[in-house]
Structures are given as structure tokens and as C-alpha cells.
Ligand binder design. Structure first.
Ligand SMILES: [Zn+2]
Length: 388
């Protein structure tokens, strides 16, 4: 570690910060007292009289103050040095790691890739085959060499602002990113949602959706992640849209999509006494995304978090999901309630509407009355489901 890095590290640590603030405060207070003392000095005649009287004492105290009697004559010098260091430490705020020279990024999902991409064990078991799970697990550690992706990630990392310095071990659940130029290690840090922690334990904060780990996701895993997000949409439509409605019945199948939209809009409005206009806590764009299969409507915005923030001006209300009108809340738990179909709005019907084309590998998501999610790959599997 170089000398300047050590100095930076010390002054940016909480103890160093406290010391530099104390030195700064005492210095400023000292200057103010000296100025004020100047105003209240006694008149010239009185001063001369007093000086004659106390000449000896005065001289002695001056010597003590200068430090010569105590054998620490260069006190003033130490003070000046401390002030200089304090001045330096005022501009000490560290910068995010510079990975601009990096040509290769090694990504390690500390909880494993499977949990990182599909953070629900029930979902993993009902939506993925054993081979697919094994395939995702093979990316627990993997290397990105695509220079465009590295540049995009580099930009994200550079946008962080220094927050604080932590002690102890890293918070679990992060993604370890190590950057190399050839075989030389350039930097290594842990990435969390909206923050990173460097090896020096400096924490940098980011705006929502940054740094975007989706940039570094293995391409082969994306279709499987899209399948999970598609199934998650069906789950949200049931638990956030249908299940909490007043009254026990599912809505009229002819307007089930409209009913969910209106319900979600009404649930997420807050009226504050300061404003006359209602504040929408959930944007229409985020409601519209609940009806869109992420596998066919690939967002131009890289991550969900950024998509949520993006203000879409033109909204397309279309639903890639249909409802089974034969399913009621008291129907058997394994009855099909929602399933994938071609784009439309308020679509309802049976297996004839089901589509296998939204996903690659082919298949479609189904939500049963008890909330169970399934991924249906063949016509036989489709026929085996309970539709009435
Ligand atoms: Zn889908």
C-alpha cells in the first residue's frame, strides 16, 4: 500500500475524520478568540502601566506558551502540519474503483447462480428441469470477456458516490466482481443492490438499478430467468390483483384485466394534505408490465429497476395471459386459473388459447387456483391439467 493511500485511508476512517474535524474546529475557534481579544484590548496608557508592573510575569508566560520552557519549542510547527493534513483530508473522499483498463471480468455469485437468478426454491422445482438447474449452477463463477458489456458495467461502477467505510466481513448475498487486465488483477469488489464494497472496505452508493448486474448475466441463463419472471407475473396478478379484491369471487372474465388495473391503481394512490393531486405510488408502466411476458417483450431498458423508473409516455395495454372462466376461488386447488396466450386483453377460455411460443425452449406458464406455478412443455401435459 502506498503512503498516499495509507494517508487517505486513515483520514477517511471514522477516527481520522474525527481528529481532522477536531483540529479544524479548535483552529477556527482560536482564530475567532484572537480577533475578539483584539477588539477588547485596553487603551495604550493603561497597557503601558500594566506592562511595567507585570513585565517579568508577562515575559515568562510568553516563553511557556512558545514551548521553550517545556522543551517542545516547535509546537507551532506541529500545529501547522496538522492543519495541512486536515486540509488534505477535506478532499479525501475516495473514488469508485477504476476498472477502465479491465479486459476481463470474473463474476462469482456468492449464494450460487441458481438462488441469484431464481430466488425461490418452489419456483426452481416447479419451473425448471434437473438439467436446467444444473446448467444454471454451472455459472456460480464465470468470466465475461465481451468488451461492450465490460464498458457498460464500467460506466455503471464509475457513477457511485462514497458513503462510508465498514469494518468486519462483507454482508452475505453479494456478487463478487474481479476485474483483470490480461493476467493482472485490477480491482475486486462486492456488488449489492445499489451499493458496492471495495477491498479497502469503502462503500459506494448508487441510484436504483445501478450497478446493473444484468449486464454481466450469462446469456444462456436469460431465457430461464425470463421464464421465472413470467411465472412471477402470474403470481402477482393473483396475489396482488385478484385475491385481495373485496368480495370473494374472481372478476367477470370479460373484464378481468381492466378490473385488476383499476384495483391496483386505487390501491396505490396516496393523498397528502399538502397536495390536492393524488400521488401514484405505482406507475401505470409497472402495472402494464405485470401483463407482459418478459420472454417476448424484451425491455429496451436493461433491468427491471431501471424500467420501473423510466417514464414511458406511450403505454400499450396488452396481456399475454388469459383467464379460465371455469375457475372460482372455491374450485379445486389444482384448477387452472391463469395461463399464457397470444397478446390480447381480457382474454378468457380453455386450453385452445394456450401458447407454447412465448418461450425458448418452448412452453408456457400456468398458475393454478392455489397459487402453484407450472411450466407446460407439451400438449400432453396441457391436457392433463384440470380446466373444469
Ligand atoms: Zn411467458
Amino acid at each position: 500500500m502506498t503512503h498516499s493511500r495509507m494517508t487517505t485511508r486513515f483520514f477517511c476512517s471514522p477516527a481520522g475524520d474525527l481528529i481532522s474535524k477536531m483540529v479544524f474546529t479548535i483552529s477556527v475557534a482560536g482564530i475567532i478568540i484572537r480577533i475578539l481579544a483584539g477588539f477588547f484590548r485596553p487603551g495604550k496608557n493603561k497597557r503601558v502601566k500594566r506592562m511595567r508592573k507585570t513585565r517579568y510575569n508577562d515575559y515568562r508566560w510568553k516563553e511557556i506558551l512558545r514551548g521553550s520552557q517545556l522543551g517542545v519549542y516547535p509546537l507551532r510547527l506541529v500545529w501547522i502540519l496538522l492543519l495541512t493534513l486536515t486540509g488534505l483530508s477535506l478532499g479525501c473522499s475516495p473514488k469508485p474503483p477504476d476498472i477502465s483498463t479491465c479486459t476481463r471480468i470474473e463474476v462469482r455469485y456468492t449464494r450460487g447462480a441458481l438462488i441469484h437468478f431464481i430466488p425461490d426454491t418452489a419456483g426452481q422445482n416447479s419451473l425448471l428441469s434437473k438439467e436446467e438447474k444444473r446448467y444454471i449452477k454451472s455459472f456460480d463463477t464465470w468470466t465475461v470477456t465481451d468488451q461492450q458489456l465490460i464498458k457498460a458495467f464500467m460506466y455503471d461502477v464509475s457513477q457511485g458516490t462514497y458513503h462510508h467505510n465498514v469494518r468486519g466481513t462483507n454482508t452475505p448475498g453479494g456478487v463478487q466482481v474481479t476485474c483483470y487486465r490480461g493476467s493482472k488483477r485490477v480491482a475486486s469488489f462486492m456488488v449489492y443492490s445499489m451499493s458496492i464494497t471495495t477491498e479497502d472496505k469503502n462503500v459506494f452508493m448508487y441510484s436504483p438499478g445501478m450497478p446493473d448486474l444484468a449486464i454481466l448475466a450469462p446469456p444462456g441463463v436469460k431465457p430461464l430467468e425470463a421464464r421465472w419472471k413470467c411465472a412471477l407475473n402470474l403470481s402477482k396478478l393473483l396475489f396482488e390483483g385478484l385475491a385481495h379484491r373485496p368480495g370473494r369471487l374472481y372478476p367477470d372474465p370479460n373484464q378481468w384485466c381492466d378490473v385488476i388495473v383499476e384495483y391496483l391503481r386505487s390501491r396505490n394512490v396516496s393523498y397528502t394534505y399538502l397536495k390536492d393531486t393524488p400521488e401514484y405510488l405505482r406507475s401505470d408502466a409497472s402495472i402494464a408490465r405485470m401483463f407482459a411476458c418478459p420472454s417476448i417483450h424484451v425491455s429496451t431498458v436493461v433491468s427491471d429497476a431501471r424500467a420501473n423508473l423510466a417514464k414511458q409516455k406511450v403505454l400499450i395495454w396488452r396481456s399475454d395471459y388469459a383467464m379460465n372462466p371455469n375457475c372460482e376461488p372455491n374450485s379445486p386447488p389444482d384448477t387452472v386459473l391463469l395461463f399464457e396466450t397470444k397478446p390480447g386483453w381480457n382474454q378468457h377460455g380453455g386450453p385452445e388459447l394456450f401458447t407454447f411460443d412465448n418461450h425458448d425452449p418452448k412452453g408456457g406458464c400456468v398458475l393454478l387456483n392455489d397459487g402453484t406455478l407450472k411450466f407446460i412443455r407439451t400438449k400432453e401435459e396441457l391436457q392433463q391439467l384440470r380446466w373444469k
